[in-house]
Design a protein around this ligand. Structure first.
Ligand code: ARG
Length: 451
């Protein structure tokens, strides 16, 4: 008969809804079907389940897949519900599907299977964002802009150098996602509840069928471990943190008139008709909060859990999905907003030298002529103190005071004027990784190769 035999004991009673993860498990519905199929193939190959029964189970799984998650019978989770649905279709023999496994190794396998796809999606999105940053950077190797530390004018740089700084950070975020992928891509299946099984299972085979790189051998580790989920969530939070800095910068740049965001990435006010607001970037910035909350939720849930399986793990999973959902589209939006923004070259050039931000260059010039750098620093600091916008004259009087001799004894006037010019200042800083257009071209080529 097709009747499902399930004991009523432990069916949940008033806590049934509280116990169930069926709704949230929609995310691993496809994964569970894949895991079921791989497991049944292996059981048939090992002679644990006969081929007719395996065939009937496959047919049922196909029907269940076509009907979709929404059509599943009630169950404590997607694993139980799919098993029930199989038995409803093929009768008691459907219950052979759960031979030599537990929901503990099953769910761990499903999470890893789904997370792999999500991580690949994340990597693809970050790579796309990096391509967009590099493309925009290529157009702006000569676009001089103010550079800041402590949000104070610091030294002039270029838009390309600035954008490349984020592309490089995203490159490391990519590496972290790939690292997390490597440790996610290992199979716990066949570990059963935690203590293995007397059946002659072939764990390598199910791992291979599901595309995992290797098997998590210790069966207690296999069903208990969620460090892969924490690692992936943390990698996503790290990425979100990178994006939040970029978003914050561009919000400020929009405020300063350095960039105009495209209308596509802006919003307006319901009352102030003139407003064009950088809402998309503010939401990117806030997504880092979601991702950090996910890391914190996950760490708090996992901390101090005893071996082996505990139901707390059911609540851990969602934190990982929260991070995935918060960060992937934020990456896409951040990249789109930056790639479509208009950089206002005149405003950037006009402000690039503000706040005497070429001062370091003058000190460097003096140091190159033999003045100890600290003395040069002192002289230029004095000039800066005496005037908001020092020129050769202020520097000359500071030289008299600090060096006790004329500036021209050390450097000629033209060199000083050049050092004070933002574009020349940028061009002179051609050390490895520096903002000089020549140095940035090399960095762009290397970044493109890396990509
Ligand atoms: N739904 C559970 C989870 O997500 C798997 C069920 C294991 N249940 C159990 N009582 N051992 O972790």
């Amino acid at each position: 008969s097709g009747d499902v035999v399930r004991r009523d004991r432990f069916s949940g009673g008033p806590a049934r809804g509280f116990l169930s993860s069926l709704a949230a498990d929609e995310r691993i519905f496809e994964a569970d079907l894949a895991v079921d199929r791989a497991h049944v193939v292996m059981l048939a190959e090992q002679g644990i389940v006969d081929e007719d029964d395996a065939g009937a189970i496959f047919d049922a799984l196909d029907e269940i897949e076509d009907a979709g998650h929404g059509d599943l019978p009630d169950g404590e989770d997607v694993h139980a519900a799919i098993e029930t649905a199989v038995i409803q279709r093929v009768g008691q023999k459907g219950g052979r599907m759960h031979t030599a496994r537990s929901r503990n190794d099953e769910v761990a396998t499903c999470i890893r299977y789904r997370l792999r796809a999500d991580l690949l999606d994340a990597v693809e999105t970050v790579v796309g964002a990096r391509e967009q940053l590099l493309e925009t950077a290529r157009e702006h190797t000569e676009t001089v802009m103010p550079g800041f530390t402590h949000l104070q004018y610091a030294q002039p740089t270029t838009v390309a150098h600035y954008l490349l700084s984020y592309e490089r950070a995203l490159a490391r975020d990519t590496e972290r996602l790939v690292d997390a992928y490597d440790r996610t891509n290992r199979s716990p299946l066949g570990g059963a509840a935690f203590a293995g099984t007397p059946f002659d299972v072939d764990r390598e085979r199910t791992a291979e069928l599901l595309g995992f790189d290797s098997v998590l051998v210790n069966s207690m580790d296999a069903s208990s471990a969620r460090d892969f989920l924490l690692e992936a969530t943390t990698a996503l939070a790290n990425l979100a943190t990178t994006l939040s800095g970029l978003a914050e910068d561009v919000v400020i740049f929009a405020n300063d008139g350095y960039v105009d965001l495209s209308d596509d990435y802006s919003s307006t006010s319901s009352i102030m008709p003139q407003k064009k607001n950088p809402d998309t970037l503010e939401l990117v910035r806030s997504r880092a909060g979601d991702a950090h909350a996910a890391v914190s939720g996950l760490l708090t849930t996992l901390k101090g859990l005893p071996r082996a399986y505990n139901r707390d793990l059911q609540r851990a999973t969602g934190h990982g999905w929260e991070a995935v959902d918060a960060v992937i589209d934020a990456t896409e939006v951040a990249a789109g907003a930056v790639a479509t923004a208009e950089w206002n070259e005149d405003v950037l050039a006009a402000e690039a030298g503000d706040g005497f931000s070429t001062a370091t260059g003058v000190a460097d010039l003096l140091a190159m002529s033999g003045v100890p750098f600290r003395t040069a620093h002192e002289m230029v600091a004095l000039a800066a103190e005496q005037s908001a916008d020092p020129d050769y004259e202020t520097l000359e009087s500071a030289a008299q005071e600090v060096l006790g001799e004329s500036l021209s004894a050390h450097v000629d006037r033209d060199a000083v004027e050049a050092a004070l010019d933002p574009a020349e200042s940028v061009a002179s800083r051609d050390s490895a990784g520096g903002p000089a257009p020549t140095a940035v071209e090399g960095q762009l080529d290397a970044a493109e190769d890396d990509l």
